[in-house]
Design a protein around this ligand. Structure first.
Ligand code: CMX
Ligand code: CO
Length: 144
């Protein structure tokens, strides 16, 4: 069951400048940063609120680390902006299989590693009304 907005993914050219915009404009602080080599991004997670299922909702600011990464390609075409949304679930395996059975393309055979040790997969935007959609199971869903 999908129980929250886990994060909104925002693509940017300059992560440090974008982090500073969110800090100076809204007062949001960086909760976590990491490089995800497989996804080709450097990212900052800004925690916006905790949620009733024990999880939390974040903004995920994304800067590409390679020219051939999906985010670099997307930025070249669209410029900066909202890149994807992510729903949180305790069971990314079960929920992605159930969604695959409805005819929506799930991009990975098995979930991969996302922010903070989470397990993630993506649904094809062309099957989701133009919205790239991620499903996330946090590493420790009850300890945020
Ligand atoms: N949102 C909505 N539509 C998108 C999109 C996005 N983020 N990215 C691509 N599309 C659309 C394109 O506009 C294009 O549509 P048209 O054919 O109408 O022009 C179509 O999808 C194909 O786009 P493309 O530029 O050729 O891109 P690819 O098919 O190579 O890649 C996708 C698209 C979704 C398969 C790829 O972006 C992907 O694998 N995404 C999942 C991984 C990812 O995004 N990682 C970064 C975030 C990591 C994290 O969240 O932790
Ligand atoms: Co994401």
């Amino acid at each position: 069951m999908l129980t929250r907005i886990d994060h909104i993914g925002i693509a940017c050219f300059d992560l440090d400048r974008t982090v500073e915009f969110y800090r100076a404009t809204y007062g949001f602080e960086v909760f976590h940063t990491e490089v995800n080599e497989e996804q080709g991004v450097r990212e900052a997670m800004l925690k916006i609120n905790e949620t009733s299922d024990g999880g939390a909702s974040y903004l995920q600011l994304l800067e590409p680390i390679r020219e051939d990464s999906t985010v670099a390609k997307w930025l070249a075409k669209n410029g900066e902006g909202v890149h994807h949304i992510a729903f949180g679930t305790a069971d990314v395996d079960g929920d992605s299989e159930a969604i695959r059975d409805k005819g929506v393309r799930v991009l990975y055979e098995q979930p991969r590693i996302g922010s903070m040790g989470s397990r993630i997969t993506f649904l094809h935007p062309k099957d989701c009304g133009g919205v790239l959609t991620e499903l996330v199971t946090s590493a420790q869903p009850t300890e945020h």
